[in-house]
Ligand binder design. Structure first.
Ligand code: ADP
Ligand code: MG
Length: 234
Protein backbone atom coordinates (compact mmCIF):
# COMPACT_ATOMS: atom_id res chain seq x y z
CA UNK A 1 0.00 0.00 0.00
CA UNK A 2 2.74 2.42 1.01
CA UNK A 3 6.26 2.39 -0.37
CA UNK A 4 8.80 4.91 0.83
CA UNK A 5 12.20 5.03 -0.80
CA UNK A 6 15.26 7.07 0.06
CA UNK A 7 13.21 9.75 1.80
CA UNK A 8 15.27 12.78 2.76
CA UNK A 9 13.92 15.75 4.69
CA UNK A 10 15.81 18.64 6.22
CA UNK A 11 14.97 21.64 8.36
CA UNK A 12 16.76 24.80 7.27
CA UNK A 13 19.45 22.75 5.56
CA UNK A 14 19.97 20.44 8.55
CA UNK A 15 19.09 16.85 7.61
CA UNK A 16 16.45 15.13 9.73
CA UNK A 17 15.84 12.13 7.47
CA UNK A 18 18.90 10.73 5.71
CA UNK A 19 17.23 8.31 3.30
CA UNK A 20 14.37 6.39 4.90
CA UNK A 21 13.09 3.23 3.21
CA UNK A 22 10.00 1.50 4.48
CA UNK A 23 6.93 -0.31 3.26
CA UNK A 24 3.47 -0.92 4.67
CA UNK A 25 1.32 -3.73 3.26
CA UNK A 26 -2.46 -3.38 3.15
CA UNK A 27 -4.23 -4.68 6.23
CA UNK A 28 -1.17 -4.70 8.48
CA UNK A 29 -0.02 -2.83 11.56
CA UNK A 30 3.51 -1.55 11.04
CA UNK A 31 5.46 0.16 13.83
CA UNK A 32 8.15 2.79 13.41
CA UNK A 33 10.03 3.00 16.68
CA UNK A 34 13.05 4.83 18.02
CA UNK A 35 14.16 7.30 20.64
CA UNK A 36 13.32 10.97 20.83
CA UNK A 37 14.63 13.18 17.99
CA UNK A 38 15.40 10.39 15.52
CA UNK A 39 12.94 11.40 12.81
CA UNK A 40 9.70 9.52 13.54
CA UNK A 41 7.40 12.55 13.42
CA UNK A 42 9.28 14.00 10.47
CA UNK A 43 8.63 10.76 8.57
CA UNK A 44 4.89 10.80 9.29
CA UNK A 45 4.60 14.49 8.49
CA UNK A 46 6.38 13.96 5.18
CA UNK A 47 4.00 11.10 4.37
CA UNK A 48 1.02 13.32 5.22
CA UNK A 49 2.38 16.09 2.99
CA UNK A 50 3.13 18.46 5.88
CA UNK A 51 6.92 18.48 5.46
CA UNK A 52 8.66 19.21 2.17
CA UNK A 53 10.73 16.32 0.83
CA UNK A 54 14.26 16.93 -0.52
CA UNK A 55 14.63 13.68 -2.44
CA UNK A 56 13.15 10.22 -2.51
CA UNK A 57 9.69 8.99 -3.33
CA UNK A 58 6.43 8.11 -1.62
CA UNK A 59 4.15 5.70 -3.44
CA UNK A 60 0.63 5.03 -2.25
CA UNK A 61 -1.38 2.28 -3.97
CA UNK A 62 1.28 2.25 -6.68
CA UNK A 63 1.18 5.97 -7.48
CA UNK A 64 3.73 8.60 -6.49
CA UNK A 65 2.11 11.13 -4.16
CA UNK A 66 5.23 13.20 -3.57
CA UNK A 67 3.71 16.22 -5.32
CA UNK A 68 0.18 15.74 -3.93
CA UNK A 69 -0.86 18.41 -1.38
CA UNK A 70 -1.79 17.35 2.15
CA UNK A 71 -5.58 17.75 1.88
CA UNK A 72 -5.64 15.60 -1.25
CA UNK A 73 -3.63 12.90 0.50
CA UNK A 74 -6.38 12.83 3.15
CA UNK A 75 -8.92 12.37 0.37
CA UNK A 76 -6.80 9.53 -1.07
CA UNK A 77 -7.07 7.75 2.28
CA UNK A 78 -4.06 8.82 4.34
CA UNK A 79 -4.95 10.16 7.76
CA UNK A 80 -2.51 11.42 10.41
CA UNK A 81 -3.27 11.56 14.11
CA UNK A 82 -0.54 14.02 15.07
CA UNK A 83 1.81 14.05 18.01
CA UNK A 84 0.22 15.80 20.98
CA UNK A 85 -3.30 15.21 19.59
CA UNK A 86 -3.95 18.80 18.41
CA UNK A 87 -7.63 18.81 19.29
CA UNK A 88 -9.78 21.91 19.40
CA UNK A 89 -9.99 22.07 23.18
CA UNK A 90 -12.95 24.50 23.33
CA UNK A 91 -15.05 22.66 20.76
CA UNK A 92 -17.30 19.74 21.61
CA UNK A 93 -16.28 16.14 21.08
CA UNK A 94 -18.81 15.85 18.28
CA UNK A 95 -17.56 19.00 16.52
CA UNK A 96 -13.95 17.76 16.70
CA UNK A 97 -15.06 14.52 15.08
CA UNK A 98 -16.96 16.33 12.34
CA UNK A 99 -13.84 18.36 11.56
CA UNK A 100 -12.03 15.09 10.89
CA UNK A 101 -14.31 14.63 7.89
CA UNK A 102 -13.49 18.00 6.35
CA UNK A 103 -12.36 16.56 3.02
CA UNK A 104 -15.57 14.56 2.59
CA UNK A 105 -18.70 15.88 0.97
CA UNK A 106 -20.97 12.87 1.39
CA UNK A 107 -22.96 14.20 4.39
CA UNK A 108 -25.07 11.05 4.86
CA UNK A 109 -21.96 8.87 4.79
CA UNK A 110 -20.22 11.16 7.28
CA UNK A 111 -23.13 10.61 9.67
CA UNK A 112 -22.62 6.85 9.25
CA UNK A 113 -18.91 7.24 10.08
CA UNK A 114 -19.80 9.25 13.19
CA UNK A 115 -22.05 6.43 14.41
CA UNK A 116 -19.26 3.97 13.63
CA UNK A 117 -16.76 5.96 15.70
CA UNK A 118 -19.29 6.15 18.55
CA UNK A 119 -19.63 2.37 18.34
CA UNK A 120 -15.85 1.93 18.56
CA UNK A 121 -15.49 4.47 21.36
CA UNK A 122 -18.71 4.58 23.43
CA UNK A 123 -17.07 7.09 25.79
CA UNK A 124 -17.07 9.64 22.95
CA UNK A 125 -20.80 9.19 22.47
CA UNK A 126 -21.42 9.76 26.16
CA UNK A 127 -19.26 12.88 26.02
CA UNK A 128 -20.38 14.13 22.61
CA UNK A 129 -21.53 17.56 23.85
CA UNK A 130 -18.61 18.05 26.24
CA UNK A 131 -15.67 20.35 25.46
CA UNK A 132 -12.75 18.21 24.25
CA UNK A 133 -10.25 19.95 26.54
CA UNK A 134 -12.12 18.90 29.68
CA UNK A 135 -11.54 15.17 29.11
CA UNK A 136 -8.66 13.08 30.47
CA UNK A 137 -5.53 12.53 28.36
CA UNK A 138 -6.60 9.00 27.47
CA UNK A 139 -10.08 10.13 26.42
CA UNK A 140 -8.58 12.92 24.35
CA UNK A 141 -6.36 10.41 22.57
CA UNK A 142 -9.46 8.29 21.83
CA UNK A 143 -11.01 11.42 20.36
CA UNK A 144 -7.92 12.13 18.26
CA UNK A 145 -8.07 8.56 16.95
CA UNK A 146 -11.79 8.93 16.26
CA UNK A 147 -11.19 12.19 14.44
CA UNK A 148 -8.54 10.48 12.30
CA UNK A 149 -11.04 7.76 11.44
CA UNK A 150 -13.67 10.29 10.37
CA UNK A 151 -11.65 10.80 7.18
CA UNK A 152 -12.41 7.11 6.46
CA UNK A 153 -8.73 6.34 5.88
CA UNK A 154 -7.17 3.33 4.23
CA UNK A 155 -3.95 4.14 6.08
CA UNK A 156 -4.12 5.55 9.59
CA UNK A 157 -0.85 7.02 10.88
CA UNK A 158 -0.56 7.48 14.63
CA UNK A 159 2.19 9.61 16.16
CA UNK A 160 2.94 8.49 19.72
CA UNK A 161 -0.65 7.79 20.78
CA UNK A 162 0.49 6.51 24.19
CA UNK A 163 2.30 9.73 25.07
CA UNK A 164 1.08 11.29 28.32
CA UNK A 165 -1.64 8.78 29.01
CA UNK A 166 -2.20 6.68 32.12
CA UNK A 167 -0.94 3.08 31.70
CA UNK A 168 -4.39 1.50 32.02
CA UNK A 169 -5.58 3.71 29.17
CA UNK A 170 -2.61 2.73 27.03
CA UNK A 171 -3.82 -0.88 27.04
CA UNK A 172 -7.35 0.23 26.08
CA UNK A 173 -5.99 2.45 23.38
CA UNK A 174 -3.88 -0.31 21.87
CA UNK A 175 -6.90 -2.64 21.99
CA UNK A 176 -8.81 0.04 20.08
CA UNK A 177 -6.04 0.27 17.47
CA UNK A 178 -6.19 -3.49 17.07
CA UNK A 179 -9.95 -3.49 16.52
CA UNK A 180 -9.76 -0.60 14.04
CA UNK A 181 -7.16 -2.62 12.12
CA UNK A 182 -9.36 -5.73 12.29
CA UNK A 183 -12.03 -3.72 10.46
CA UNK A 184 -9.63 -3.27 7.55
CA UNK A 185 -7.76 -0.06 8.31
CA UNK A 186 -4.00 -0.32 7.73
CA UNK A 187 -1.97 1.26 10.54
CA UNK A 188 1.44 2.91 10.66
CA UNK A 189 2.21 3.42 14.34
CA UNK A 190 5.01 5.62 15.64
CA UNK A 191 6.02 5.02 19.25
CA UNK A 192 8.76 5.52 21.80
CA UNK A 193 6.93 2.84 23.78
CA UNK A 194 8.76 0.09 21.89
CA UNK A 195 7.45 -2.82 23.84
CA UNK A 196 3.76 -2.02 23.36
CA UNK A 197 4.22 -1.08 19.72
CA UNK A 198 6.20 -4.17 18.75
CA UNK A 199 3.78 -6.44 20.59
CA UNK A 200 0.97 -5.05 18.49
CA UNK A 201 2.71 -4.72 15.13
CA UNK A 202 3.01 -7.27 12.34
CA UNK A 203 6.27 -5.64 11.31
CA UNK A 204 8.53 -2.99 12.76
CA UNK A 205 11.25 -0.57 11.75
CA UNK A 206 13.78 1.00 14.09
CA UNK A 207 14.85 4.52 13.14
CA UNK A 208 18.04 6.15 14.39
CA UNK A 209 19.31 9.61 13.37
CA UNK A 210 17.11 9.68 10.30
CA UNK A 211 17.88 6.18 9.03
CA UNK A 212 16.22 2.80 9.36
CA UNK A 213 18.79 0.67 11.19
CA UNK A 214 16.79 -2.50 11.83
CA UNK A 215 13.57 -4.08 10.68
CA UNK A 216 11.72 -7.30 11.30
CA UNK A 217 8.60 -8.84 12.74
CA UNK A 218 7.51 -7.55 16.14
CA UNK A 219 8.72 -10.66 18.02
CA UNK A 220 12.03 -10.67 16.08
CA UNK A 221 12.76 -7.09 17.11
CA UNK A 222 11.68 -7.65 20.72
CA UNK A 223 14.16 -10.55 20.87
CA UNK A 224 16.93 -8.71 19.06
CA UNK A 225 19.92 -8.14 21.36
CA UNK A 226 20.70 -4.68 19.98
CA UNK A 227 17.10 -3.54 20.46
CA UNK A 228 16.93 -5.03 23.94
CA UNK A 229 20.12 -3.27 24.99
CA UNK A 230 19.50 0.09 23.34
CA UNK A 231 15.78 0.54 23.93
CA UNK A 232 14.44 -1.91 26.44
CA UNK A 233 17.21 -1.63 29.05
CA UNK A 234 17.68 -5.40 29.07
N1 ADP B 1 10.27 22.14 13.01
C1 ADP B 1 11.55 21.79 13.16
N2 ADP B 1 12.55 22.65 12.92
C2 ADP B 1 13.85 22.28 13.04
N3 ADP B 1 14.25 21.04 13.39
C3 ADP B 1 13.30 20.14 13.64
C4 ADP B 1 11.90 20.45 13.54
N4 ADP B 1 11.19 19.34 13.85
C5 ADP B 1 12.10 18.37 14.13
N5 ADP B 1 13.35 18.85 14.02
C6 ADP B 1 14.61 18.09 14.22
O1 ADP B 1 14.56 16.95 13.35
C7 ADP B 1 15.02 15.79 14.02
C8 ADP B 1 13.93 14.73 14.02
O2 ADP B 1 12.86 15.18 14.82
P1 ADP B 1 11.47 14.41 14.94
O3 ADP B 1 11.06 13.93 13.60
O4 ADP B 1 10.52 15.29 15.66
O5 ADP B 1 11.91 13.15 15.83
P2 ADP B 1 11.01 12.16 16.70
O6 ADP B 1 9.60 12.28 16.30
O7 ADP B 1 11.62 10.82 16.45
O8 ADP B 1 11.22 12.56 18.14
C9 ADP B 1 15.47 16.23 15.40
O9 ADP B 1 16.86 16.49 15.36
C10 ADP B 1 14.70 17.51 15.63
O10 ADP B 1 15.39 18.38 16.48
MG1 MG C 1 7.97 12.79 17.43
Amino acid sequence: MLDVSNLRVSYGGVPALAGVDLAVSAGKIVALVGGNGNGKSTTLRALAGLNAVDTGDIRFDGVSIKQVPAHRRVALGISLVPEGRRLFARLSVERNLELGAYTRHDRAEVAVSLEQVFEWFPILKQRRKQEAGTMSGGEQQMLALGRGLMARPKLLMLDEPSWGIAPKFVTRLFDAIRSVNARGVTVLLVEQNLHKALELADFGYVIQTGRIVLSGTGPDLLNNDAVRRAYLGL
